[in-house]
Ligand binder design. Structure first.
Ligand code: HEM
Ligand SMILES: *[C@@H]1O[C@H](CO)[C@@H](O)[C@H](O)[C@H]1NC(C)=O
Ligand SMILES: *[C@@H]1O[C@H](CO)[C@@H](O)[C@H](O)[C@H]1NC(C)=O
Length: 405
């Protein structure tokens, strides 16, 4: 049976990797982890604003060679539309509903109040991704960054005002890298035309991340997203910094960070698989490039060194693709890259620093369809974090970038 075979391969590989991870840890931690303020101050380490950042380095990374000499499908994600020629059909029944102590989210929440809502979001996502699939990565990350700060309440969308000059979106984990805001604006605008005041921005983000997952996985990840969230009125840069995990976290730090949001180790391993799509700025991983010690594959490191300045700063911080093999496919390639030490962040490499997480990584690589199923489930679970009610300040925003009144 295919399953038996997969499991045999799984445990054979587990032995090999287990032997490896004992010696994988760098002898000395890079200086970033100990000093609070690094010399070159990449984006995560400073909360000051850039003077004037020319932002659109997206998609401009140069074509490069594969480190193992294979698949030269290595170029930056071009503006090629995802394969199907028409918008995908509505998804099948969802996995198990999220465990939730708070208000209940429901599949089909807008069936009466705004039956077109999900279809409008799907079209907006489709339009954006057919121009640039990278926006799909942005939308999936947007959902994560929304949910981990003040719960899934669209607080990440709030623009700065005189009264609140430092909202979440200007915090180092979000600015300038977070993208996809225009897709949410477009969907909201179209929805307001047909059913004003009914659909929350938080639900639009959740639907959009689901749709992006479906499109970028070529339909393999296909699930229903419960809805009924309200939008929050609080958005603080300091909270984004406090709750979003930085790329230099080790495994124990990541586990604590996820647990604070009711997400477990399995969720951590499964959702990290989202790093199979999209981009990263050089500043997020130069702490792992030579001469800094890391377990990164030397050929991969060399490749990255060719694309990145030694000390990236706000005026010079190029982007690279996270998955060097299939950069705009939501697939299990992240985990096979990880086993070859071809991943960017310490937080990625950290998944191989315990037996338990290593086993999960191997399961995701070798058991067919397992990761896709788990990813759908974990997205729904994440989408239920700290849902707001009218009683604790929730509202349906008129415009996603500003609180009402
Ligand atoms: C486990 C802890 C995590 C850490 C430390 C982390 C860190 C990062 C960093 C540093 C970047 C690159 C940002 C840049 O420099 O441009 C990134 C990109 C990304 N992350 Fe994560 N991340 C984590 C978990 C997640 C989760 C749970 C998801 C979603 C389910 C996710 C989805 C993404 C996506 C899709 C991108 C690419 C975004 C784009 O191309 O615009 N990440 N992440
Ligand atoms: C992770 O980092 C924290 C803080 O620096 C440290 O206390 C802990 O021992 C580290 N854990 C591992 C597994 O390296
Ligand atoms: C940023 O780095 C580049 C070289 O990598 C350097 O020429 C430039 O002066 C730096 N800019 C700032 C503001 O430090």
């Amino acid at each position: 049976m295919a399953n038996t075979l997969a499991i045999v391969i799984l445990f054979a590989s587990l032995g090999a990797v287990a032997a490896q991870f004992k010696s994988a840890a760098p002898a000395a931690a890079p200086s970033y982890y100990t000093s609070s303020q690094p010399a070159a101050a990449p984006s995560y380490y400073t909360s000051s604003q850039p003077a004037a950042a020319p932002r659109d380095s997206y998609g401009s990374s140069a074509p490069v060679q594969s480190p193992d000499g294979s698949a030269p499908s290595y170029t930056a994600p071009a503006a090629s539309p995802p394969s199907p020629a028409t918008p995908p059909s509505p998804p099948p029944p969802s996995p198990t509903p999220p465990p939730s102590g708070g208000p209940k989210l429901r599949v089909g929440f807008y069936r009466r109040s705004c039956p077109q809502a999900e279809e409008i979001v799907r079209r907006a996502v489709w339009n954006a991704l057919s121009q640039n699939p990278g926006i799909g990565a942005g939308l999936i990350r947007l959902h994560f960054h929304d949910c981990f700060v003040q719960g899934c309440d669209a607080s990440v969308l709030i623009d700065p005002t005189a009264a609140n000059p430092q909202p979440e979106k200007l915090s180092p984990p979000n600015f300038p890298s977070l993208r996809g805001f225009e897709v949410i604006d477009a969907a909201k605008e179209a929805i307001e035309k047909v059913c004003p005041g009914k659909v929350s921005c938080a639900d639009i983000i959740a639907f959009a991340s689901r749709d992006a997952s479906q499109i970028l996985s070529r339909g393999r990840i296909n699930f229903r997203m419960p809805a009924g969230r309200l939008d929050g009125r609080v958005s603080l840069s300091s909270e984004a910094l406090a709750f979003l995990p930085p790329p230099f976290f080790n495994l124990s730090q990541l586990i604590v960070n996820f647990r604070a949001k009711n997400m477990d180790v399995d969720d951590l391993v499964v959702l990290s698989g989202a790093h199979t799509i999209g981009l990263s700025h050089c500043s997020s991983f130069t702490d792992r490039l030579p001469p800094n010690p890391s377990d990164m594959n030397p050929r991969f490191a060399t490749l990255l060194q060719r694309q990145c300045p030694v000390s990236p700063n706000f005026t010079n911080d190029p982007t690279v693709v996270q998955d060097i093999v299939t950069p705009d496919r939501l697939d299990t390639r992240y985990y096979s890259n990880l086993l070859r030490h071809n991943v960017l962040f310490k937080s990625d490499a950290a998944l191989l620093t315990s037996r338990r997480t290593t086993r999960k990584v191997l399961e995701n690589v070798f058991i067919p369809k397992r990761w896709e199923r788990k990813f759908a489930k974990a997205m729904v679970k994440m989408a239920a974090i700290e849902i707001k009610t009218a009683a604790n300040g929730g509202e349906i925003r008129n415009m996603c970038r500003v609180v009402n009144n």
